[in-house]
Ligand binder design. Sequence first.
Ligand code: NAP
Length: 296
Amino acid sequence: MRILVTGANGQVGWELSRSLLPLGEVIALDRTQADLSKPESLVPIVRTLKPQIIVNAAAYTAVDRAESEEELATLVNARSVEVLAEESHRLGALLIHYSTDYVFDGSKASPYSEDDTVNPLNAYGRSKLMGEQAIRNIGGDWLIFRTSWVYAERGKNFVKTILRLAAEREELKIVGDQTGSPTSAPFIADATSHILRLAIEERRSTRFNSGIFHLTSSGFTTWHGLATAIVATYRKLAWEDSLKVKEIHSIQTSDYPVAAKRPMNSRMSLTRIQERFDLYLPEWEQCLSVCLRELV
Ligand SMILES: NC(=O)c1ccc[n+]([C@@H]2O[C@H](COP(=O)([O-])OP(=O)(O)OC[C@H]3O[C@@H](n4cnc5c(N)ncnc54)[C@H](OP(=O)(O)O)[C@@H]3O)[C@@H](O)[C@H]2O)c1
């Protein structure tokens, strides 16, 4: 089994290079080896490597910058995804792709299911939605996992930013009116590996169906709730308190102006993935604690 992973240096891509190893020969390519801003360049790469599975973890993820670089975001998150889907279909391979809670507008009062109406509020969300639609239109065997609020020990993310700010400042002001599920990249990668094992079996016995699934930790919080938990958990785990922070204030989205509009409700239902793949989805606090154990 040969597995091609793109975005090898990203939070999820890095973890996939580890978690997929028991499944077969993993060829993990970073941006210098597979550049999704040059869609045509992906064709000879896939045709030469002839993978049975393609896992696309590369993405343009700079949500605010995407507002002024929508063309580039679309090239990476949609046009290249279309090329990967075409090449995967042509080879008879299985394509795994990640999408985002930002395909929703957040106006629903309860968690979003996979079939709920999409209506992205920002350029990043639009580009990711176009990627989803390209895969659906091309067909073949594919799975799309929509995830949210991703963090890891490695890379740029909210958890590491809060730890840095909490070490520098006595007070923090964090948005407290957006709700979602923080999700760790190692967990996404491990879950992908477990799902792939089942998907490979399903394909062998021609029982496989393509589809979109929500894949996050269980439970929900706000960015303020997450920041508070990061600081409290870090303090519990660390030998000495290197953090300066004394107060974490909850502020409104409108008090923190950024270029891209975000959904107020990013909560996503996990029923479909649990039922199809018999997966246990741990509470977000548990995965956060595992990550912070590495960071203390
Ligand atoms: N991060 C989140 O909060 C979040 C939330 C919801 C969904 N997702 C989705 O989850 C998936 C994994 O995201 P992540 O958190 O692992 O993101 P990430 O840490 O930002 O990693 C993205 C990777 O894509 C690479 N990349 C960017 N432009 C590229 C290009 N033109 N060609 C090739 N590679 C390129 C980056 O390369 P460099 O390392 O060279 O920059 C980086 O390694 C993505 O599909 C993302 O849309 C993420």
